[in-house]
Design a protein around this ligand. Structure first.
Ligand SMILES: [Zn+2]
Length: 161
């Protein structure tokens, strides 16, 4: 469940709301639940160091206040700027895929590996919540068979260092 993945990531939360698309590195990324998308599937992303997955849902939420007795009284200003409960957190819930130990053929002419095309499994159904800022590329998704898919990192996009 999404809630489980979210709690694993940030702990107790409050004021959760969903949204269906986000700007990431100048690209619009859609969640799977964004039904209006017809032409392009912008739901597959690379995140973290080198992981891939389908975005199921974007969520905005706040951490549960650790200082509720201060936050909710006349002394609220004490808590206003420093308390974690005041800062919105944006997460993407990801349906993870596994990288497959498959060697893609080397280009005999250029000797270059096809490093931006990665063999992966279909989505596992195992959900993971990540910070939206950890998404570093939008990918093209190419299902090949029941066992094999390819993701291609869109190299034209500006990427974070
Ligand atoms: Zn607070």
């Amino acid at each position: 469940m999404e809630q489980h993945a979210i709690i694993l990531k940030i702990g107790p939360y409050q004021k959760l709301s969903f949204f269906k698309r986000a700007y990431v590195n100048n690209s619009i990324v859609h969640s799977k639940n964004y039904r209006c998308v017809v032409k392009r599937n912008n739901t597959v992303v690379r995140y973290g160091s080198d992981d891939f997955g389908h975005i199921v849902q974007f969520v905005k939420l706040y951490k549960q206040c650790q200082n509720a007795h201060v936050c909710n009284t006349q002394n609220a200003h004490v808590c206003n700027t420093n308390c974690a409960c005041k800062t919105p957190i944006y997460l993407a819930v990801i349906d993870t895929v596994s990288k497959l130990p498959l060697q893609l053929s080397t280009d005999r002419v250029s000797k270059a590996h096809v490093s931006n095309v990665v063999p992966v499994s279909h989505p596992s159904g195992i959900l993971q919540a990540i910070h939206v800022e950890d998404i570093n590329a939008v990918c093209v998704w190419m299902p090949v068979s029941n066992e094999l898919c390819f993701v291609a990192v869109n190299v034209n996009k500006i990427e974070k260092e």
